[in-house]
Write a protein that binds this ligand. Structure first.
Ligand code: PNS
Length: 157
């Protein structure tokens, strides 16, 4: 039986931290599906199409698929026959939110497990929110995000 994992998130935008988690999880599972979701609690800066396009051009691993969806994550998991959710865990500050989501998802769909992966040390402080703030204020974000993100930021200014 194939081990299929789903890595859900806003990816607004994808950073080198996300790409690091994608690379690590693609080695553990037969198939990894990146699910780009619009988090109802956040107003995205990049459109869903832009976020998918960024991922498609940045992810090199062969066993990774990229999709977007609206709705409940557990419903998407069932549809995809996947039972593992991947989430990146950077610092203690991530823990409470991640713990709450993992247990809520388990309550909604007891067959799934959430697996937390830590990125390489150099990305443990990195966040899409800070990247957007720096770019909006005219700073250089080349060291945090793929080149395509830098280009889209420039076009939006
Ligand atoms: O990158 P983010 O914004 O931290 O990702 C959060 C995300 C998109 C994974 C979460 O909001 C989510 O799963 N949304 C889909 C709707 C859903 O299933 N909500 C219940 C989560 S317990």
């Amino acid at each position: 039986m194939k081990r299929i994992a789903v890595y859900p998130g806003s990816f607004d935008p994808t950073t080198f931290g996300h790409l690091d988690i994608i690379s690590r999880s693609s080695k553990i599972f037969d198939k990894l599906i990146i699910a780009v979701i619009t988090n109802p609690n956040k107003k995205p800066y990049f459109s869903i199409d832009e976020r998918v396009k960024i991922l498609k051009s940045s992810v090199k691993e062969k066993n990774v698929e990229i999709e977007s969806f609206h709705g409940l994550l557990v419903d998407f998991m069932k549809k995809k026959n996947a039972n593992v959710i991947i989430r990146g865990l950077r610092a203690i500050s991530d823990f409470e939110y991640e713990f709450q989501m993992a247990l809520t998802n388990r309550k909604l769909y007891p067959e799934i497990e959430t697996v937390f992966l830590t990125p390489a040390e150099q990305w443990t402080y990195l966040s899409s929110t800070l990247v957007k703030e720096i770019a909006r204020l005219g700073g250089n974000v080349k060291c945090f995000v793929p080149e395509i993100v830098v280009k889209i930021f420039k076009n939006k200014r």
